[in-house]
Ligand binder design. Structure first.
Ligand SMILES: N[C@@H](CCC(=O)N[C@@H](CS)C(=O)NCC(=O)O)C(=O)O
Length: 219
């Protein structure tokens, strides 16, 4: 399977991470996203008219949209990442996969503005990002009350992988994660998974500090 990839892209990292966690070997085709904007070349627009990466090629199959790619990798190799199939869990996974788009536009938009000097209203992007983080924090506190460490279940699913990268990189967009103890705990749990891989700005679990204490109602 070939991944059209940019090393600093959180959306591409979702795919690399999912592949690593499920033991899928990817052939990486680096894309000059910045400064070359190669993803907007005609050759790329023919693959993905939306002009975004990641793009995954598996034989004649071409997949765009990171959520679809995560689902594909999981169904092919490790279906447990799609959850148990229980109706409530199916719905929660879908809910967080949709929510991940809001993280891309808000936290990802703020990051592009701060790192690549993309034009945009940074105040509005950060406000939307903070609203999304508060929602995520509340969702994780609720899950904690149900005895679950992850977004949709007591084990990680594609929903966690879809949401994790933009959240972990929020500080790049000027949005600190200090006010969100449940998010920080969740991030630790993901970074501590077997076969977890890093990207620039997201590291394996290595904190020496003890875990934050999350009380119901902290969100
Ligand atoms: N909905 C898409 C969004 C992916 C996305 O935003 N990718 C960024 C790179 S991280 C991109 O290609 N943006 C196009 C651009 O900014 O020109 C997905 O989840 O795959």
């Amino acid at each position: 399977m070939k991944l059209y990839d940019y090393v600093l892209s959180p959306s591409c990292y979702k795919v690399r991470l999912m592949a690593a966690l499920t033991g899928v070997k990817l052939e990486i085709r680096p894309v000059d996203f910045h400064p070359g904007a190669e993803h907007r070349d005609p050759e790329f627009l023919a693959l993905n008219p939306a002009g975004s990466i990641p793009i995954l090629e598996d034989g004649v199959l071409i997949l765009t949209e990171s959520a679809a790619i995560l689902a594909y990798l999981a169904s092919k190799t490790a279906p447990e990442w799609l959850g148990s199939g229980a109706p409530e869990e199916v719905a929660r996974i879908q809910q967080w996969l949709s929510f991940a788009h809001r993280l891309t536009s808000s936290l990802g938009g703020a990051r592009l503005h701060e790192m690549l000097l993309r034009p945009g209203d940074i105040g509005a992007l950060q406000a939307q990002g903070i609203a999304a983080l508060r929602e995520l924090e509340a969702g994780l506190v609720e899950q904690g009350l149900r005895g679950m460490r992850f977004l949709a279940s007591d084990r990680p699913t594609v929903a966690d992988i879809a949401c994790f990268p933009y959240v972990a990189l929020a500080p790049d967009g000027g949005i600190p994660l200090d006010p969100y103890p449940a998010i920080r705990l969740w991030s630790r749990a993901i970074r501590g998974l077997e076969n977890f891989i890093e990207m620039p700005g997201i590291h394996r679990l290595h904190e020496l500090k003890s875990e934050p204490n999350v009380e119901p109602g902290d969100a």
